[in-house]
Design a protein around this ligand. Structure first.
Ligand SMILES: [Zn+2]
Length: 286
């Protein structure tokens, strides 16, 4: 499947500009879910007028703070074939060359977020970018002992993380929860999906936004049932706790959120609902 739209959407957080860059979409069977029966998952998808099998979209974000051009995640590049990797085209359509990216903030080192860090030869796709990620993420994926003890099904994920992170080794900054990594950008550790899975809070003036990475993969299911997790979660129970806490915080504080697997253009609010929560997408403001 190919995309018919450019998949680029720009909005503001105070003086900060943020642009969602759609990277593609894939179909995922209900077998990717844990903590919910396939029947219940399908029922929720149908109730929310969504396709079966469920579809997971991928996006990354460009953040412009002053003259700095920052990416949050790098998309899937060619890891999923020709129907993905569109965020690079989105970036090019904005007239931005990879060499202009000063920083990549990584939510976590999974294939659909980190593959775009490298080119086909395995070199850094962003030759001038500092890579910033949670110390817990680097310590997990780059630890040879943990990789050796991982089940066979997870071994590829470790190899991929090593391949994508290594070219940035000399210009990687490892950060911790609550740290302000640059003016307007703070670390929000949301562990569970991976050990160092991290949201990035952008703040400017009275405005703020939480870019929450993979708190949600399937909006038609997980807002109503936050206990539904993914087989890709390193610790599904902890991911569930993080999801519930994040939903509650976003709803209580009326905090604007963005997510890599929310429906494009990926911005909105979380509201408490009769059953679980509901996602309220931003309305179009020309
Ligand atoms: Zn993901």
């Amino acid at each position: 499947m190919t995309t018919s739209n450019p998949g680029v959407y720009r909005t503001k957080i105070g003086d900060i500009a943020i642009t969602a860059l759609n990277d593609g979409m894939f179909e995922a069977g209900t077998g990717v879910l844990v903590g919910i029966t396939p029947d219940d998952a399908e029922r929720l998808e149908v109730a929310h007028f969504r396709a079966l099998p469920p579809r997971i979209t991928i996006s990354a974000f460009l953040v412009e703070i002053g003259a700095k051009k920052i990416l949050i995640d790098a998309g899937s590049a060619n890891a999923f074939g020709p129907a993905h990797g569109f965020m690079r085209k989105g970036l090019a359509s904005l007239g931005i060359a990879p060499g202009e990216i000063s920083t990549v903030l990584l939510t976590h080192a999974h294939i659909d977020h980190a593959s775009g860090l490298i080119d086909d030869a395995g070199a850094a796709y962003f030759p001038n970018a500092e890579l910033i990620l949670n110390a817990a993420e680097a310590e997990f994926w780059l630890n040879a002992d943990i990789a050796a003890a991982a089940p066979d099904a997870a071994k590829d994920s470790f190899a991929l993380a090593v391949r994508c992170l290594t070219p940035y080794r000399e210009r990687t900054r490892q950060v911790k929860h609550g740290e302000v990594v640059m003016p307007g950008v703070m670390v929000q550790h949301l562990p569970g999906h991976t050990p160092g899975h991290t949201g990035w809070i952008l703040a400017s003036g009275d405005d703020s936004l939480l870019v929450w990475g993979d708190v949600v993969h399937l909006p038609g299911i997980q807002f109503t049932n936050p206990d539904a997790g993914m087989v890709f979660d390193t610790d599904a129970d902890l991911a569930r706790v993080s999801r519930r806490k994040t939903f509650d915080m976003a709803a209580t504080d009326r905090l604007r959120v963005a997510g890599m697997h929310l429906d494009f253009p990926c911005f909105g609010h979380v509201a408490k609902a009769a059953q679980g929560y509901a996602f309220v997408p931003d309305v179009w403001l020309a």
